[in-house]
Design a protein around this ligand. Structure first.
Ligand SMILES: [Mg+2]
Length: 304
Protein backbone atom coordinates (compact mmCIF):
# COMPACT_ATOMS: atom_id res chain seq x y z
CA UNK A 1 0.00 0.00 0.00
CA UNK A 2 1.28 3.36 -0.94
CA UNK A 3 -0.05 5.09 2.12
CA UNK A 4 0.30 4.37 5.80
CA UNK A 5 3.64 2.66 5.50
CA UNK A 6 6.26 3.55 8.03
CA UNK A 7 9.82 4.08 6.96
CA UNK A 8 12.82 6.09 8.03
CA UNK A 9 12.42 9.79 7.47
CA UNK A 10 14.70 11.29 4.84
CA UNK A 11 16.68 14.51 4.92
CA UNK A 12 17.98 16.26 1.84
CA UNK A 13 21.21 18.15 2.47
CA UNK A 14 21.91 20.89 -0.05
CA UNK A 15 25.29 22.61 -0.11
CA UNK A 16 27.82 23.47 -2.78
CA UNK A 17 30.68 22.61 -0.41
CA UNK A 18 31.31 18.92 -0.01
CA UNK A 19 32.84 19.48 3.44
CA UNK A 20 29.56 20.96 4.69
CA UNK A 21 27.58 18.07 3.23
CA UNK A 22 29.86 15.59 4.98
CA UNK A 23 29.57 17.37 8.27
CA UNK A 24 25.77 17.41 8.25
CA UNK A 25 25.53 13.97 6.78
CA UNK A 26 27.72 12.43 9.49
CA UNK A 27 25.62 14.17 12.07
CA UNK A 28 22.30 12.84 10.82
CA UNK A 29 22.93 9.61 8.93
CA UNK A 30 22.30 7.29 11.86
CA UNK A 31 18.74 8.48 12.21
CA UNK A 32 17.67 9.45 8.71
CA UNK A 33 18.06 8.47 5.10
CA UNK A 34 20.32 11.12 3.67
CA UNK A 35 19.99 12.52 0.17
CA UNK A 36 22.44 15.11 -1.09
CA UNK A 37 22.47 17.82 -3.72
CA UNK A 38 25.31 20.17 -4.57
CA UNK A 39 23.29 22.66 -6.56
CA UNK A 40 19.81 24.06 -7.12
CA UNK A 41 19.14 22.01 -10.22
CA UNK A 42 19.72 18.71 -8.46
CA UNK A 43 17.68 19.88 -5.47
CA UNK A 44 14.63 20.63 -7.59
CA UNK A 45 15.04 17.37 -9.44
CA UNK A 46 15.02 15.36 -6.20
CA UNK A 47 12.10 17.28 -4.76
CA UNK A 48 10.00 16.86 -7.87
CA UNK A 49 10.74 13.14 -8.01
CA UNK A 50 8.74 10.26 -6.61
CA UNK A 51 10.48 10.01 -3.24
CA UNK A 52 10.32 13.43 -1.70
CA UNK A 53 12.49 14.22 1.33
CA UNK A 54 10.80 14.88 4.67
CA UNK A 55 13.06 17.84 5.36
CA UNK A 56 15.55 19.98 3.46
CA UNK A 57 18.66 21.58 4.94
CA UNK A 58 19.25 24.30 2.41
CA UNK A 59 22.41 26.28 1.89
CA UNK A 60 21.80 29.88 0.80
CA UNK A 61 24.87 30.76 -1.22
CA UNK A 62 25.31 28.46 -4.20
CA UNK A 63 26.73 29.12 -7.65
CA UNK A 64 23.81 28.30 -9.97
CA UNK A 65 20.85 29.66 -8.01
CA UNK A 66 20.73 30.75 -4.39
CA UNK A 67 18.80 28.91 -1.70
CA UNK A 68 16.20 31.66 -1.41
CA UNK A 69 15.24 31.17 -5.05
CA UNK A 70 15.13 27.40 -4.59
CA UNK A 71 12.84 27.90 -1.61
CA UNK A 72 10.55 30.19 -3.61
CA UNK A 73 10.22 27.62 -6.37
CA UNK A 74 9.52 24.75 -3.96
CA UNK A 75 6.95 26.78 -2.06
CA UNK A 76 5.10 27.86 -5.18
CA UNK A 77 4.63 24.29 -6.41
CA UNK A 78 1.80 22.21 -4.95
CA UNK A 79 3.80 19.02 -5.15
CA UNK A 80 6.71 20.38 -3.11
CA UNK A 81 5.29 23.16 -0.93
CA UNK A 82 4.81 20.95 2.11
CA UNK A 83 8.45 19.87 2.40
CA UNK A 84 9.85 21.77 5.40
CA UNK A 85 12.97 23.79 4.66
CA UNK A 86 15.65 24.83 7.13
CA UNK A 87 18.18 27.32 5.84
CA UNK A 88 21.75 26.61 6.91
CA UNK A 89 23.85 29.61 6.12
CA UNK A 90 26.66 31.95 6.98
CA UNK A 91 24.43 34.90 6.08
CA UNK A 92 23.98 35.78 9.68
CA UNK A 93 22.27 39.16 9.65
CA UNK A 94 18.83 39.36 11.21
CA UNK A 95 17.52 40.71 7.96
CA UNK A 96 18.66 37.57 6.15
CA UNK A 97 17.02 35.40 8.76
CA UNK A 98 13.78 37.33 8.49
CA UNK A 99 13.90 37.14 4.73
CA UNK A 100 14.44 33.37 4.78
CA UNK A 101 11.65 32.71 7.25
CA UNK A 102 9.35 34.96 5.25
CA UNK A 103 9.84 32.73 2.24
CA UNK A 104 8.27 29.90 4.20
CA UNK A 105 11.29 28.18 5.74
CA UNK A 106 10.53 26.58 9.11
CA UNK A 107 13.88 27.44 10.62
CA UNK A 108 17.16 29.23 10.04
CA UNK A 109 20.48 27.87 11.28
CA UNK A 110 23.59 30.02 11.20
CA UNK A 111 27.02 28.62 10.39
CA UNK A 112 29.14 27.73 12.21
CA UNK A 113 26.51 25.75 14.05
CA UNK A 114 26.36 23.72 17.21
CA UNK A 115 25.93 20.09 16.07
CA UNK A 116 23.70 18.96 18.89
CA UNK A 117 21.38 21.93 18.41
CA UNK A 118 21.12 21.14 14.71
CA UNK A 119 20.28 17.55 15.58
CA UNK A 120 17.50 18.59 17.91
CA UNK A 121 16.04 21.12 15.51
CA UNK A 122 16.01 18.56 12.73
CA UNK A 123 14.38 16.03 15.02
CA UNK A 124 11.64 18.47 16.05
CA UNK A 125 10.80 19.49 12.51
CA UNK A 126 10.84 15.92 11.26
CA UNK A 127 8.49 14.87 14.02
CA UNK A 128 6.05 17.64 13.08
CA UNK A 129 6.28 16.66 9.44
CA UNK A 130 5.61 12.99 10.18
CA UNK A 131 2.58 13.90 12.27
CA UNK A 132 1.16 16.05 9.51
CA UNK A 133 1.90 13.27 6.98
CA UNK A 134 -0.02 10.85 9.14
CA UNK A 135 -3.07 13.11 9.43
CA UNK A 136 -2.97 13.72 5.72
CA UNK A 137 -2.79 9.99 5.04
CA UNK A 138 -5.60 9.16 7.46
CA UNK A 139 -7.84 11.67 5.73
CA UNK A 140 -7.19 9.85 2.46
CA UNK A 141 -7.72 6.34 3.74
CA UNK A 142 -11.07 4.57 3.52
CA UNK A 143 -12.13 3.82 7.09
CA UNK A 144 -13.71 0.45 6.30
CA UNK A 145 -11.32 -1.19 3.85
CA UNK A 146 -8.14 0.74 4.69
CA UNK A 147 -7.35 1.25 1.05
CA UNK A 148 -7.12 4.80 -0.38
CA UNK A 149 -10.41 6.68 -0.60
CA UNK A 150 -11.91 8.75 -3.36
CA UNK A 151 -10.25 11.95 -2.20
CA UNK A 152 -6.86 10.27 -2.46
CA UNK A 153 -7.78 8.91 -5.85
CA UNK A 154 -8.81 12.33 -7.16
CA UNK A 155 -5.50 13.79 -6.08
CA UNK A 156 -3.39 10.93 -7.44
CA UNK A 157 -5.34 10.60 -10.67
CA UNK A 158 -4.33 14.12 -11.62
CA UNK A 159 -0.68 13.58 -10.69
CA UNK A 160 -0.34 10.12 -12.20
CA UNK A 161 -2.11 11.12 -15.38
CA UNK A 162 0.37 13.96 -15.88
CA UNK A 163 3.28 11.67 -15.04
CA UNK A 164 2.19 9.22 -17.71
CA UNK A 165 2.16 11.98 -20.32
CA UNK A 166 5.53 13.30 -19.18
CA UNK A 167 7.06 9.81 -19.21
CA UNK A 168 5.42 8.97 -22.55
CA UNK A 169 3.57 5.97 -21.21
CA UNK A 170 0.16 4.51 -21.83
CA UNK A 171 -2.49 4.93 -19.14
CA UNK A 172 -5.46 2.81 -18.15
CA UNK A 173 -8.38 3.18 -15.83
CA UNK A 174 -10.75 0.56 -14.42
CA UNK A 175 -14.14 1.11 -12.87
CA UNK A 176 -15.09 -1.88 -10.76
CA UNK A 177 -18.42 -2.74 -9.23
CA UNK A 178 -19.48 -5.70 -7.13
CA UNK A 179 -22.36 -7.56 -8.80
CA UNK A 180 -25.67 -7.75 -6.96
CA UNK A 181 -24.15 -6.14 -3.92
CA UNK A 182 -27.32 -4.45 -2.76
CA UNK A 183 -28.99 -7.83 -2.74
CA UNK A 184 -26.03 -9.28 -0.86
CA UNK A 185 -26.35 -6.61 1.82
CA UNK A 186 -30.11 -7.05 2.05
CA UNK A 187 -29.96 -10.82 2.35
CA UNK A 188 -26.82 -11.36 4.41
CA UNK A 189 -26.78 -8.17 6.46
CA UNK A 190 -24.43 -5.19 6.55
CA UNK A 191 -21.83 -6.91 8.71
CA UNK A 192 -21.26 -9.56 6.06
CA UNK A 193 -21.52 -6.88 3.41
CA UNK A 194 -18.74 -4.85 5.01
CA UNK A 195 -16.56 -7.88 5.37
CA UNK A 196 -17.08 -8.81 1.71
CA UNK A 197 -16.24 -5.25 0.62
CA UNK A 198 -13.03 -5.39 2.60
CA UNK A 199 -12.03 -8.76 1.16
CA UNK A 200 -12.62 -7.55 -2.37
CA UNK A 201 -10.69 -4.32 -1.72
CA UNK A 202 -7.66 -6.19 -0.38
CA UNK A 203 -7.79 -8.72 -3.19
CA UNK A 204 -7.76 -5.96 -5.80
CA UNK A 205 -4.89 -4.29 -4.02
CA UNK A 206 -2.88 -7.49 -3.65
CA UNK A 207 -3.15 -8.15 -7.36
CA UNK A 208 -1.51 -4.87 -8.35
CA UNK A 209 2.18 -5.65 -8.35
CA UNK A 210 3.78 -2.50 -9.72
CA UNK A 211 4.44 0.55 -7.54
CA UNK A 212 2.67 3.04 -9.82
CA UNK A 213 -0.59 1.15 -10.03
CA UNK A 214 -3.20 1.97 -7.43
CA UNK A 215 -6.68 1.05 -6.31
CA UNK A 216 -9.12 3.21 -4.37
CA UNK A 217 -12.63 2.85 -3.06
CA UNK A 218 -14.66 5.09 -5.32
CA UNK A 219 -18.06 4.80 -3.70
CA UNK A 220 -20.24 2.25 -1.88
CA UNK A 221 -19.32 -0.94 -3.72
CA UNK A 222 -17.33 0.74 -6.46
CA UNK A 223 -13.58 0.71 -6.85
CA UNK A 224 -11.26 2.39 -9.27
CA UNK A 225 -7.81 1.31 -10.44
CA UNK A 226 -5.23 3.21 -12.45
CA UNK A 227 -2.25 1.73 -14.27
CA UNK A 228 0.35 3.04 -16.64
CA UNK A 229 2.86 1.62 -19.08
CA UNK A 230 0.69 -1.30 -20.09
CA UNK A 231 -0.57 -2.47 -23.50
CA UNK A 232 -4.09 -3.59 -24.27
CA UNK A 233 -3.24 -7.30 -24.01
CA UNK A 234 -1.54 -6.78 -20.67
CA UNK A 235 -4.50 -4.76 -19.47
CA UNK A 236 -6.93 -7.52 -20.44
CA UNK A 237 -4.81 -10.07 -18.58
CA UNK A 238 -4.64 -8.00 -15.39
CA UNK A 239 -8.37 -7.30 -15.57
CA UNK A 240 -9.31 -10.95 -16.03
CA UNK A 241 -7.00 -11.93 -13.16
CA UNK A 242 -8.83 -9.45 -10.90
CA UNK A 243 -12.18 -10.94 -11.84
CA UNK A 244 -10.80 -14.46 -11.26
CA UNK A 245 -9.26 -13.66 -7.92
CA UNK A 246 -12.53 -12.22 -6.59
CA UNK A 247 -14.29 -15.41 -7.72
CA UNK A 248 -11.58 -17.43 -5.98
CA UNK A 249 -12.48 -15.77 -2.69
CA UNK A 250 -15.54 -18.02 -2.88
CA UNK A 251 -17.78 -15.67 -0.94
CA UNK A 252 -21.16 -17.43 -1.29
CA UNK A 253 -23.83 -15.30 -2.96
CA UNK A 254 -26.86 -17.48 -3.54
CA UNK A 255 -28.91 -14.50 -4.73
CA UNK A 256 -26.57 -13.73 -7.59
CA UNK A 257 -27.88 -14.92 -10.95
CA UNK A 258 -24.45 -15.00 -12.60
CA UNK A 259 -22.31 -16.96 -10.16
CA UNK A 260 -22.49 -18.98 -6.94
CA UNK A 261 -19.98 -16.57 -5.49
CA UNK A 262 -19.57 -12.83 -5.20
CA UNK A 263 -18.33 -11.42 -8.50
CA UNK A 264 -17.25 -8.11 -9.98
CA UNK A 265 -17.76 -6.31 -13.28
CA UNK A 266 -15.14 -4.00 -14.74
CA UNK A 267 -15.31 -1.17 -17.25
CA UNK A 268 -12.02 -0.21 -18.89
CA UNK A 269 -10.63 2.82 -20.60
CA UNK A 270 -7.24 3.01 -22.22
CA UNK A 271 -5.07 5.84 -23.51
CA UNK A 272 -2.19 4.95 -25.78
CA UNK A 273 1.10 6.82 -25.56
CA UNK A 274 0.46 9.48 -28.18
CA UNK A 275 -3.29 9.50 -27.84
CA UNK A 276 -4.92 12.70 -26.64
CA UNK A 277 -7.61 11.67 -24.19
CA UNK A 278 -8.45 13.96 -21.27
CA UNK A 279 -8.84 12.60 -17.78
CA UNK A 280 -12.59 13.11 -17.70
CA UNK A 281 -13.05 11.22 -20.89
CA UNK A 282 -11.15 8.28 -19.40
CA UNK A 283 -13.46 8.28 -16.39
CA UNK A 284 -16.57 8.55 -18.51
CA UNK A 285 -15.43 5.80 -20.86
CA UNK A 286 -14.64 3.41 -18.00
CA UNK A 287 -18.02 4.20 -16.49
CA UNK A 288 -19.80 3.55 -19.78
CA UNK A 289 -17.92 0.28 -20.25
CA UNK A 290 -18.85 -0.79 -16.72
CA UNK A 291 -22.46 -0.23 -17.69
CA UNK A 292 -21.88 -2.36 -20.79
CA UNK A 293 -20.29 -5.11 -18.71
CA UNK A 294 -23.34 -5.15 -16.44
CA UNK A 295 -25.69 -5.23 -19.39
CA UNK A 296 -23.74 -8.04 -21.04
CA UNK A 297 -24.25 -10.32 -18.03
CA UNK A 298 -21.85 -9.16 -15.26
CA UNK A 299 -18.80 -11.02 -13.85
CA UNK A 300 -16.81 -9.75 -16.84
CA UNK A 301 -15.01 -6.74 -18.23
CA UNK A 302 -15.58 -4.62 -21.30
CA UNK A 303 -12.93 -2.67 -23.17
CA UNK A 304 -13.98 -0.72 -26.21
MG1 LIG B 1 27.30 27.63 -0.13
Amino acid sequence: MEILKSKRASVLIVDDMIANIELLSNLLKDEYDIKIAKNAKKTLEICQGYEKPDLILLDVIMPDMDGYEVCKILKSNMATQDIPIIFVTSNDSERDEEYGLNLGAVDYIKKPFNPSVVKIRVKNHISLKLKSNMLEELSMCDALTHIPNRRYFNEKFEIKYRESIRDKMSFALMMIDIDFFKLYNDKYGHGKGDSALTKVALTLQKNLKRPFDMVARYGGEEFVIILKNIDKDGLKKVTQSLIDSVQKLKIPHEYSSVSDYLSISIGLSFKDIEENKPKNQLLKEADDMLYEAKKAGKNRYVLR
